[in-house]
Ligand binder design. Structure first.
Ligand SMILES: [Fe+2]
Length: 249
């Protein structure tokens, strides 16, 4: 994540997001298992499982099509779960740990499974979080509005900044909204990395992830083809703002 943090700071400067400040953030639960339970990703008998989508494949139509959702969840997400389990089968000492535990302490994992946990464990966490971020028909809430005004100047400016960074990610990756040091920040990551990775080194500054957007082509290509910007701008129609309010409280 070092490169991504560097990119974030650079982007922050470019977009006038302000300088990173030090402080105490208690947003992320001290108990990683509580976070895994909330995402329904605790391992069962040492193995991770793919939870069903919390809605029908066509629930996000017309903004995200049913076929994309079916393939994205049933094929791509399932593959991350399978490969993560393959990695953990190689290292029984890691079995039973929550996914947050693994990601927060990624660098300390045995080298033979580290990149597999990074890619496939990251993929499992990111997609599990993503599905819960999506719903049609919710409205931006008061807590988010207050915090976006403080961190970005306005909700509209937050959206503009987020769209610019998400659209500009080179290759596959994710755009994130996180709460850290008492303020909202936009981050980006390559591949299936996320802001939790190795964040356990500084337990007082573990970012709480509020929103994530998958900008891998598999998330939008069937509907939007190569036009990532169209996918990103239509994302606001399916953001579950109720979930965001809950995460901020
Ligand atoms: Fe994806």
């Amino acid at each position: 994540m070092k490169t991504n943090r560097k990119e974030f700071i650079k982007a922050s400067t470019l977009l006038g997001l302000g300088t990173l400040t030090l402080g105490i953030d208690k947003a992320f639960s001290a108990d990683p298992k509580a976070n895994s339970a909330a995402l329904d990703i605790l391992p069962v008998s040492g193995k991770f499982e793919l939870a069903p989508l919390p809605y029908a494949f066509n629930a996000l139509e017309p903004f995200i099509d049913a076929q994309t959702m079916e393939i994205h969840h049933g094929k791509h997400h399932q593959a991350y779960v399978n490969k993560l389990n393959e990695a953990l089968a190689m290292e029984p000492s890691l079995q039973g740990k929550s996914l947050e535990d693994l990601l927060l302490n990624l660098s300390s994992l045995p080298e033979n499974v580290r990149s597999m946990v990074r890619n496939h464990g990251g993929g499992h966490w990111n997609h599990s979080f993503f599905w819960k971020s999506l719903k049609i028909g919710t409205q931006v809430g008061p807590k988010f509005t207050e915090m976006a005004n403080k961190s970005f100047g306005s909700v509209a400016q937050f959206k503009a900044n987020f769209e610019k960074l998400a659209t500009g990610i080179f290759g596959s990756g994710w755009a994130w909204l996180v709460l850290q040091d008492g303020q909202l920040k936009i981050m980006t990551s390559a591949n299936q990395d996320n802001p939790l990775m190795d964040a356990g080194k500084d337990k007082n500054r573990v970012p709480k992830i509020i929103l994530g957007l998958d900008v891998w082509e598999h998330a939008y290509y069937l509907k939007h083809k190569n036009k990532r910007a169209d996918y990103v701008s239509s994302f606001w129609n399916v953001v579950n703002w109720d979930e965001i309010e809950a995460l901020l409280k």
